[in-house]
Design a protein around this ligand. Structure first.
Ligand code: YNC
Ligand code: MG
Length: 410
């Protein structure tokens, strides 16, 4: 019955929404307590210093053992230390927003939650928010109401910086999603996916026919496709901003943020493509040298729990894309504009599959968000059983259409 969430500034399931905006009365940082929320006496709050390799690997190992699993506990997200560098230290990151809880006696990490700054545009309004992620409580301390304490403490630490809204996603249903997406999966190495129980055999299909169905070549097709470079940032940023006008809810990146999210830090940028965790490509028109398209995906493996043959499942996730495809002079959502966009995204993401396959990925994952539903079916993505709900804290919105889309069927 959502004993905790009932007390929080979030929309109720049956709430009639008649305006968009904050839910709580305005407050100032001075109204917020200076000291942390009380913690159970056996435990203590700590701020994790992810600039220290030792603490970074501690967080890494803790999440490795306790973070999100699929519903049958067959797979668990296997974030790498490099991934945390990228996900938890974007421009403007704050150490005090990497919140841990330790057992007082053993000093062992038993819980974690994080926030990073993120500016959002919700329709025509821009909001300074944080994105909350990596909430996790040790497996042996579940169902003890520790999660609400972590959430209240991170809220306090964020409010102290005069930020009152937050964005978060979760597989669980809480009051109330702004939009709901479904995970879809495009097998790249079907025999392995079948062996570890990730993919099944469809009625009427054989192993051989399934392998044939998912076969893709090893060369990309789009002329002018090449890895994105630091020198491309200005041009791609402009293309990206323009393309993103079509969505109702988007993150508004500054240029440094955009560089961080698409290319990673200086260390990432030096890596060989095959070792990267964030992969970005552009299409440079061979004649005009103008950049016409952009595509990115990130690498996040799963641990395969209890399989004798394999211990990792290599997965790529569709991240952002943008294109200057001719949307027609008038309505960007007209049939003509949509068909131009579909064609362009299909070849772009189709090449993304090839790139990921060449990086030895076993599966390419995507959500049914933004314009993905236009191409998922043709590119042989299949519906998974995971859902992802998107939430806003302390902000009431009308249902989001034409951006992150709800109840997509394709
Ligand atoms: C969840 N994922 O409903 P009620 S996603 C939010 N997000 O409260 P307890 C969650 N709330 O229903 P446990 C949640 N999961 O009574 C559960 N809850 O109102 C709510 N799993 O707490 C739940 N990571 O401590 C209930 O539950 C209350 O011991 C129960 O701990 C939960 O990062 C959890 O899936 C998730 O480690 C920590 O199960 C634990 O079960 C776990 O008794 C594996 O909690 C890892 C996992 C979640 C990934 C994520 C986004 C988190 C968003 C948090 C909300 C942020 C709000 C905005 C704050 C900033 C505001 C500003 C400004
Ligand atoms: Mg608990």
């Amino acid at each position: 019955d959502y004993k905790f969430w009932k007390t929080q500034p979030v929309a109720k399931f049956d709430e009639k929404i008649d305006h968009e905006g904050p839910i709580d009365k305005p407050k100032t940082p001075a109204d917020i307590p200076d000291t942390p929320y009380p913690m159970l006496k056996e435990f203590e709050w700590v701020t994790m210093d992810l600039d220290q390799d030792e603490q970074l690997s501690e967080v890494h190992e803790f999440l490795h053992a306790n973070y999100v699993e699929d519903k049958d506990s067959t797979f668990r997200f296997a974030y790498s230390p490099e991934f945390f560098e990228w996900a938890l230290k974007p421009p403007g990151w704050k150490k005090e927003w990497h919140v841990g809880v330790r057992a007082k006696a053993s000093k062992k990490l038993v819980a974690f939650i994080s926030a990073i700054p993120a500016k959002l545009r919700v329709r025509s309004k821009e909001l300074q928010t944080v994105e909350i992620n990596f909430l996790v409580v040790h497996k042996q301390l579940r169902n003890k109401r520790l999660a609400p304490v972590l959430i209240k403490e991170i809220t306090r630490r964020v409010n102290k910086h005069d930020i009152w809204q937050a964005l978060y996603t979760a597989g669980v249903v809480l009051p109330s999603p702004v939009t709901t997406c479904r995970y879809t999966h495009r097998p790249l190495n079907w025999p392995k996916l079948y062996d570890i129980g990730f993919s099944g055999l469809r009625p009427g299909e054989t192993k051989a026919s399934t392998v044939a169905k998912y076969t893709i070549g090893s060369t990309t097709k789009v002329a002018g496709l090449r890895p994105m470079k630091l020198e491309d940032v200005d041009e791609v940023f402009e293309l990206f901003e323009k393309f993103h006008e079509r969505y109702d809810i988007v993150q508004k990146f500054t240029k440094p943020e955009f560089t961080h999210w698409m290319l990673g830090d200086a260390q990432q940028q030096k890596l060989d493509i095959k070792d990267k965790i964030i992969v970005s490509y552009v299409v440079e028109n061979p004649e005009t040298h103008k950049i016409t398209d952009f595509l990115s995906f990130y690498i996040l493996p799963f641990s395969v729990l209890e399989d004798s043959k394999y211990d990792t499942l290599n997965a790529a996730y569709l991240f952002y894309y943008a294109t200057d495809a001719d949307f027609g002079k008038g309505d960007r959502f007209s049939e003509e504009a949509t068909s131009a966009l579909t064609k362009r995204l299909e070849s772009l993401v189709g090449d993304g599959l090839v790139l990921a396959k060449n990086m030895d990925m076993d599966v390419f994952n995507a959500l049914t968000s933004q314009d993905n539903v236009l191409f998922l079916d043709d590119l042989k993505f299949g519906l998974g059983d995971g859902f992802l709900n998107l939430y806003l804290f302390n902000y009431m919105t009308f249902p989001i259409k034409g951006g992150l889309q709800e109840n997509n069927e394709f």
